[in-house]
Design a protein around this ligand. Structure first.
Ligand code: GDP
Ligand code: IMO
Ligand code: MG
Length: 429
């Protein structure tokens, strides 16, 4: 028995979806524990691409249970669309294959309206959110005014909550953000209609996981976003509103810390970031363009072009500490093929001194310059490598450097988007 957590170690889009899909082969249950449909997790199975925003990336397998934990903020419209899209693709989603926690918070139209209006008001100081209402929904959760999935099965409670919230939100939208107010009736009608379809999926996810644990089921926890987008540990305020670190799997799914046995950190072989915020190793030159094009670095949720740069191991080392990483999965190594020289950031210089952890102050961070080590690139196509010894020595040296500097062993190397484009060194299960 070994329960595994998959987390992103950078700023998201590391390839968590691909790795979760891969590891689901040995799991019985797959659980999301934070975030919402700001996530875009891509899987390529038998040449067909799927992008999941809410449903766990294990859903394509037969006989596995996928669960949406209490730590998520869920847009019911997006969830229902994913269920419908899967049906069209030939996969019927039933309460046997998917559960939604009764304690998960529900994204309402006013959350999206506030998210968008706030970003517009911030102008060039905006965070570059996905505009999906994630932050405002988490704000209501913490303010204790949120709507939870359980409220969808109690129309009277739902109406009372939405009515009370809308009064406050409309005041904020019109008087402060200069945006349009929203009407109660259409929101209620739409949410009640969606509730009818979602209620069968709503359960106590914590209880279900506990039953699984007692029956020796193997559980895979699927993180969203990345450690440096973490509300506590990320490049605040250029972060998301949840905790993508591994520890959040406990609170966000409703299990105890002793139930987590292995934490895999997903490391993209270079760095990307969507949205605003510090990015020390960013490449705003033709090498950045080369990586962006070869890596097809466009956001899976918003379609925005991702900023690209060299691998920053200060960032990854922070993540190793913050999530207690047991192993690393290096993804998109194939994208670096063809570059003559590769750089890896191994420390920052601040006021003439070398530091090895990212400072919390953005002012200090802006004064940091990356310290690079340079290693020669490889020209061979590595996309067909399935064993470590099929990698050219220089590609292997790149992986070994990551392993040595972080002190965390590499368990998986990904050399393409497909399930099969993988070198499995040690299965975390
Ligand atoms: P996630 O949010 O962490 O699940 O990552 P995304 O799905 O947003 O972005 C990762 C992108 O890279 C997707 O388009 C994947 O299909 C793709 N991908 C994943 N692993 C690899 C890999 O090893 N090589 C290449 N070329 N593409 C990959
Ligand atoms: P996955 O799970 C990359 C970024 C947004 C923005 C910031 C805040 O696919 O890796 P939010 O809408 O969450 O309030 O936006 O966080 N962001 C992501 N970037 N991958 C993600 O998810 C992200 N989810 C949020 O671009 O900078
Ligand atoms: Mg993504």
């Amino acid at each position: 028995m070994s329960n595994t957590v998959v987390v992103g170690t950078q700023w998201g889009d590391e390839g968590k979806g691909k790795v979760v899909d891969l590891l689901t082969a040995k799991a019985d249950m797959v659980v999301r524990f934070q975030g919402g449909n700001n996530a875009g997790h891509t899987l390529v199975v038998e040449g067909k691409q799927f992008i999941f925003h809410i449903i766990p990336s294990g859903i394509l397998y037969e006989g596995k249970k996928c669960l949406i934990g209490n730590g998520l903020v869920v847009d019911p419209e997006v969830l229902l669309k994913e269920i419908q899209d899967l049906k069209v693709a030939g996969k019927e989603i039933t309460p046997e294959s998917l559960s939604l926690s009764e304690k998960a918070h529900i994204i309402m139209p006013y959350h999206k309206a506030i998210d968008l209006a706030r970003e517009t008001a911030k102008g060039r100081h905006k965070i570059g959110t996905t505009g999906r209402g994630i932050g405002p929904c988490y704000e209501d959760k913490v303010a204790r005014t949120g709507v939870r999935a359980v409220d969808l099965s109690e129309p009277k409670t739902l109406e009372e909550k939405v009515k009370a919230n809308l009064k406050e939100k409309n005041f904020f939208l019109t008087k402060f953000l200069d945006a349009e107010p929203l009407e109660l009736e259409p929101i209620l009608a739409k949410y009640l209609q969606m509730a009818g379809r979602l209620v069968p999926f709503i359960t106590d996810v914590s209880l279900e996981l506990d039953q699984g644990i007692k029956a020796n089921k193997r559980i895979l926890f699927e993180g969203a976003q990345g450690t440096h987008l973490d509300i506590d540990h990320g490049t605040y305020p250029f972060v998301t509103s949840s905790n993508p670190v591994a520890g959040a799997a406990c609170a966000g799914a409703g299990i105890g810390p002793k139930q987590l046995h292995h934490v895999v950190g997903i490391v993209k072989a270079y760095t990307t970031r969507v949205g605003a915020g510090p990015f020390l190793t960013e490449l705003e030159d033709e090498t950045g363009d080369y990586i962006q094009e070869r890596g097809q670095e466009f956001g899976a949720t918003t379609g925005r072009r991702r900023r690209c740069g060299w691998l920053d191991l200060v960032v990854v080392q922070d993540s190793a500490r913050l999530s207690g990483l047991d192993s690393l999965a290096i993804t998109k190594l194939d994208v670096l093929t063809g570059l003559e020289k590769l750089k890896i950031c191994v420390g920052y210089e601040l006021d003439g001194e070398r530091i090895s952890a990212r400072p919390a102050s953005l002012e200090k961070l802006a004064k940091c310059t990356p310290i690079y080590m340079e290693i020669p690139g490889w020209q061979e196509d590595i996309s067909r490598a399935r064993q470590v010894d099929q990698l050219p020595p220089r590609a292997l040296a790149y992986v070994k450097t990551i392993e040595e500097i972080t002190g965390v062993p590499v368990s998986i190397i990904s050399v393409g988007a497909g399930r099969e484009d993988t070198i499995m060194i040690q299965d975390p299960f």
